[in-house]
Design a protein around this ligand. Structure first.
Ligand code: SF4
Ligand code: SF4
Length: 208
């Protein structure tokens, strides 16, 4: 078989010829602008908003959302926690601190004199809530956790912070292990009882 002559392709000449026909740079910019314009019209006229006006608007989260913890209470307002230390033991971040005290209520031997969660170390895994045999600790859908100082104590929530959680009324209760059963309202912190089972009042943004 005769050896074929090698063919030389002048790539540069071809590219320059193409560029002369179609100004590619300009077309690229125009194409991008067209996409931007199309989305602007779509979002303005059709109200297909991708973003929301946070914090005035909030997205509703799942009932299984693992937000800031809540210590639940009995109907008489006492904590359901029996200071069994299961949550503290299971916590992988070692951010729960409990000190027990004796209580005189019938059928109950112990309660927490001190119950603290260092939320700056918490990874919101929910293992503590799953380990609790009393449903004394549940989670909320509160996600915008902030601190007003940088000190190590700033996000260390004690009994007061974990029980007085008016945010639950706005966000709704979050993850708890026995979600197949309704959450008994009276077990929630007193401040959150009226709207504990309510959906968060966030204005739903329409999604594409
Ligand atoms: S959610 Fe996880 S990391 Fe946070 S306190 Fe509970 S067990 Fe610990
Ligand atoms: S597992 Fe439940 S009852 Fe036991 S110490 Fe923790 S919160 Fe209290």
């Amino acid at each position: 078989m005769a050896k074929r002559d090698s063919q030389v392709v002048d790539v540069r000449a071809r590219a320059e010829a193409t560029r002369a026909r179609v100004p590619q740079d300009v077309m690229g910019i125009l194409s991008g602008q067209e996409v931007t314009l199309r989305q602007m019209i779509r979002q303005t006229v059709g109200r297909h908003h991708v973003t929301i006006q946070y914090p005035e608007q909030r997205k509703p989260y799942s009932r299984r959302f693992r937000g800031v913890h809540v210590l639940t209470q009995r109907q008489d307002g006492s904590l359901k926690c029996t200071a069994c230390y299961l949550c503290e033991t299971v916590c992988p971040a070692e951010c729960i601190t409990i000190e027990a005290k004796e209580v005189s209520a019938p059928g109950i031997e112990k309660g927490p004199a001190r119950y603290e969660i260092d939320l700056s170390r918490c990874i919101f895994c929910g293992l503590c809530v799953e380990a609790c045999p009393e449903e004394a600790l549940i989670m909320s859908r509160e996600y915008d956790l902030t601190a007003r100082s940088r000190g190590p104590e700033s996000l260390r929530y004690g009994i007061k912070e974990l029980t007085e959680r008016p945010e639950i009324a706005a966000y709704g209760s979050g993850f708890r292990p026995h979600m197949q059963y309704p959450l008994v309202e009276s077990y929630l912190p007193l401040t959150a009882r009226p709207a504990a089972a309510a959906q968060p009042p966030a204005k739903r943004s329409k999604r594409r």
